[in-house]
Design a protein around this ligand. Structure first.
Ligand SMILES: Nc1ncnc2c1ncn2[C@@H]1O[C@H](COP(=O)(O)OP(=O)(O)OP(=O)(O)O)[C@@H](O)[C@H]1O
Ligand SMILES: [Mg+2]
Length: 288
């Protein structure tokens, strides 16, 4: 199979007609027949098509290896050079690829260990607002760190990443992502490395921010219960294919595919083993 590089262009397309998910909302991104292949011609993602509307929170769920991260990386444009795409990914004007930001699973590996966290957020602001003075960048960093729920943000500016809990590190990553003032936020399992209680706090934070700023969100997780906390729409992937998509409520209450039912059962099993009767995590966990 010959693979060509897919285009990630900006265009006012007729895709508005396909924005079925949020009534009346404009699409910000359309993905059409996206396939991803490796150098040997193995197809890792097959003909994915979906639309993301302004203010929509779209989940991508599936077991490990189902192609969730590759789909996201292809859209953001950070696939390794050994992988190739066909199909089309179009950011719809006035949104461009530059209006997208991404948060990854493990904040410890995304943060520079030798840079104080406040400087990291201020630098990210400066990158997107080169006209601002350094004092203004620092002031915006403090403001953003406050917005993501970091108490005494001014003092926390000066700490090193290793001094923070996983939840606080992820809040720093979210603050840095918001420094780009994105229209679309891509999240690849941003809470998977956190314990259940901190995970719930970060999910609530992301949902509140997305609602407040009318952000479009694509949220990848292997956990349908997590997706249901934050997303109104969901895509279910298996072996690189979309096997089911629709509103989260429909998919959870009326799954059509055996695979989706298995994902739901697996989530339930996990929660029975890790949560108390009151729904709180059995193993507690660090405050976030
Ligand atoms: N750089 C790469 N080169 C070749 N194959 C890859 C590469 N990255 C991922 N793959 C393969 O592509 C498939 C999909 O990978 P992907 O990372 O998208 O899975 P995922 O759904 O995100 O899984 P997980 O839940 O474990 O993160 C897997 O079979 C994986 O081994
Ligand atoms: Mg992944």
């Amino acid at each position: 199979m010959t693979a060509t590089t897919a285009t990630a262009t900006t265009a006012a397309t007729t895709a508005e007609t396909t924005a079925k998910t949020v009534p009346g909302a404009r699409p910000v991104l359309t993905v059409t027949d996206l396939s991803i292949v490796n150098d040997y011609g193995d197809v890792l993602v097959h003909d994915s098509s979906f639309t993301l509307a302004r203010g929509e929170r779209l989940g991508i769920v599936g077991e490990s290896g189902s192609g969730k991260s590759l789909t996201l990386k292809a859209i953001v444009g950070i696939l390794p050079s050994s992988l190739h795409t066909t199909g089309d990914m179009t950011y719809v004007e006035p949104v461009t690829k530059a209006d997208a930001a991404m948060i990854f699973q493990e904040p410890a590996t995304s943060l520079n260990p030798t840079m104080r966290v406040g400087r990291f957020v201020a630098k990210t602001w400066q990158m997107h607002h080169p006209q601002d003075s350094w004092d203004a960048c620092r002031a915006h960093a403090i403001d953003l760190m406050g917005k993501v729920g970091i108490a005494d943000a001014k003092d926390k500016m000066n700490v090193w990443p290793f001094e923070l809990s996983g939840g606080l590190r992820q809040r720093i990553m979210i603050a840095a992502a918001l420094a780009a003032e994105p229209a679309i936020l891509f999240c690849d399992e941003p809470t998977t490395a956190l314990d259940v209680r901190v995970q719930a706090q970060i999910l609530k934070l992301l949902k509140d921010i997305a609602k407040r700023d009318n952000l479009s969100l694509i949220f990848v997780s292997h956990d349908l219960a997590v997706i249901s906390e934050i997303c109104d729409q969901v895509i279910v992937m298996q072996y690189g294919r979309i096997v089911e998509q629709g509103s989260t409520q429909d998919i959870i209450h009326h799954p059509q595919q055996e695979y989706t039912k298995k994902l739901l059962d697996a989530d339930l099993d996990y929660r029975m083993r890790h949560m108390g009767d009151d729904g709180a995590a059995k193993d507690g966990g660090a405050s976030c």
